[in-house]
Design a protein around this ligand. Structure first.
Ligand code: FES
Ligand code: MG
Length: 578
């Protein structure tokens, strides 16, 4: 198809609006691209594929995308399209302060406005590290072009002392041993090897979880999510993604909103539970759903978790790294085992249904991927609790927690801030025992700000040395997808906006019941009213992004997006650039 005139009915491609007209704006748009080797000959009605690349020297998880993008471009060209790579913000989980989550929505805005503002008929999103994938999807969903996700892939961790290290999870376990004085190894040895290749964390942390969920949502080519970052098969998959994007652009479908249906979210949640995936995925799925006007509530996660078994034996819920899961058939093999819980008629980027795609899946091996009839656990990896301490809900990753703490009543020990916690948690005089409930507040979306991953509160040194490996912990923070322990997270509303978490005092009793899905503060109402009178109003930052974030961020149970970014139809770009 060529676009030799301005007749849009003859050329439905969106990019034709820029490149087809034989007028002054058309002249400017085409001639502007001469320095990058493009002109009338190439911009002749071929599908234009935008490639949003979150590669950065600051973000080794996504560093492989610098090479992989060349293979995506190769695929685009092979299929007869024109590729435009464009950079976006990159969020490096371990480096950016105060927390990557503070900038997820900013990255989403960057991606959204780049897609909306530039000529492209379809977009390939290149993400990897935790927040980069949801940020890209949120932004793309607000524009609604045909969209395909392709990830950086998991890193290949080294084998040390006979054990495969797994990035974050290995570090958390090592730090606990170090604090307990139970290892003679030193951190230096670990430092030089724990993150030894490009690629995201290699266990089922947030990055692997979000990559896998892209397949369940229908946004990624089946079987591509967990190919290791450095494996040549990922380069081939990148080319396949480029080719698929051209097909989608030619057809003008499926658009991302055609894929992001309520059924697709159900499929993604089922996979999340079967994988024992990251609690962060809950916040991200809630945010993505709001972008497309799907009414997804926290309780839906609990409903699906109650039905879907945990079948993937991967860390931190299980034993293996995700490369083993990939070897066992990857996401399609897990989904195929979950067929009876899935909406198989949900559409995918291939234009085929999820059910059709799963016909090619490997059968579960019964080990890394358990049979649904013989699961690791009969219910999924995450539960949602409500109660007087969390009226709008909180979450607990039961698959990485201690069952003996699931029904627990204990005395609260409250920390006002992460600094107070760091300064006192190892104080030998601290009144704490294994039954104490550790409480951290002012760590939520506004209070953190950005809801940092502080929810795996450290166990006091004295107790670690005595052999205590887990305690009930409660906070309005998040937790790394690679972390573990009986940590009740995302307590909503957060303390900074006056949630009941703000009213807890050291010595109060807190009761957790996983079976009853409850989290309660056992203090009578009159006393809580009295305490509420003494609360001070939270004063947020006044400048720049931090102020905008503070003024507009939604609570955890709503996905922490900005209220000004939730689903609305935007007018198409039709005025001349200028
Ligand atoms: Fe980037 Fe874990 S630090 S994925
Ligand atoms: Mg993290």
């Amino acid at each position: 198809m060529t676009c030799d005139d301005v007749d849009r009915t003859a050329c439905p491609l969106r990019s034709a609006e820029w490149f087809a007209p034989r007028d002054l704006p058309g002249f400017i748009h085409r001639s502007t691209l001469t320095p990058v080797g493009l002109g009338r000959q190439e911009l002749d009605g071929r599908p234009v594929i935008g490639i949003a690349n979150s590669w950065s020297d600051y973000n080794p998880c996504n560093a492989g995308l610098k090479q992989l993008v060349e293979h995506v471009k190769r695929g685009v060209q092979e299929a007869g399209g024109v590729a435009f790579e464009f950079p976006t913000i990159s969020l490096s989980e371990n480096l950016i302060k105060p927390t990557a989550m503070m900038f997820r929505n900013l990255m989403a805005m960057d991606v959204e406005e780049s897609i909306r503002g530039y000529p492209m008929d379809a977009v390939v999103l290149l993400g990897g590290c935790d927040k980069t994938v949801p940020a890209q999807v949120m932004g793309a969903a607000s524009v609604n072009l045909p969209t395909l996700c392709f990830g950086a892939g998991p890193a290949t961790p080294p084998v040390v002392d006979g054990a495969e290290l797994g990035g974050g999870h290995a570090v958390w376990q090592f730090v606990d041993k170090l604090r307990a004085g139970s290892t003679s190894s030193d951190l230096d040895a670990l430092e030089s090897c724990v993150m030894s290749t490009v690629g995201h964390c290699a266990e089922m942390g947030t990055a692997s979880t979000m990559a896998a969920l892209m397949e369940a949502l229908g946004l990624a080519l089946p079987g591509t999510a967990l190919i290791p970052a450095t494996d040549g098969r990922r380069a081939n998959a990148a080319a396949a993604a480029g080719r698929a994007a051209v097909t989608m652009a030619r057809q003008g479908s499926p658009t991302i909103r055609e894929l992001l249906t309520p059924e697709a979210f159900d499929n993604a949640i089922a996979l999340l539970m079967a994988l024992g995936g990251s609690t962060n995925a809950i916040v991200h799925l809630l945010a993505i759903a709001r972008r497309v006007g799907v009414s997804l509530q926290l309780k839906r996660f609990d409903e699906i978790s109650a039905q879907v078994p945990l079948i993937a034996d991967v860390r931190p819920s299980g034993a293996h790294l995700v490369s083993r899961l990939h070897g066992a058939g990857g996401v399609p093999a897990v989904l195929a085992e979950l067929k009876s819980w899935l909406h198989l008629d949900a559409l995918t980027v291939t234009g085929r249904t999820l059910g059709t795609e799963l016909d090619a899946a490997k059968p579960a091996d019964g080990q890394v991927i358990r049979r649904a009839a013989a699961p690791l656990s009969r219910s999924g990896g995450i539960v949602v609790v409500h109660g007087s301490l969390a009226p709008d809900g909180a979450v607990l990753k039961v698959s990485a927690a201690s069952p003996e703490l699931f029904e627990h009543r204990g005395r609260a020990l409250v920390f006002e801030s992460i600094e107070e916690l760091a300064g006192t948690i190892d104080d030998p005089e601290l009144e704490v025992d294994a039954s104490t409930v550790l409480v951290l507040r002012n760590a939520g979306p506004r209070g953190g700000p950005g809801m940092p991953e502080w929810g795996m509160l450290p166990i006091p040194k004295r107790l670690l040395a005595a052999g205590v490996t887990d305690m009930v912990r409660v906070s309005d923070a998040r937790m790394s997808g690679t972390a573990y322990g009986t940590a009740i997270l995302h307590v909503s509303p957060e303390a900074a906006v006056g949630g009941p978490l703000a009213l807890v005092r050291t010595g109060d009793e807190i009761e957790l019941s996983v079976a009853g899905r409850r989290l309660d503060l056992l203090v009578d109402e009159a006393e809580l009213v009295r305490r509420r009178g003494g609360l001070r109003e939270f004063a947020g930052p006044r400048r720049g992004w931090a102020a905008l974030f503070d003024q507009h961020v939604l609570q955890a149970h709503e996905g922490c997006d900005l209220d000004i970014l939730t689903a609305t139809e935007e007018p198409p770009v039709s005025r001349p650039s200028g």
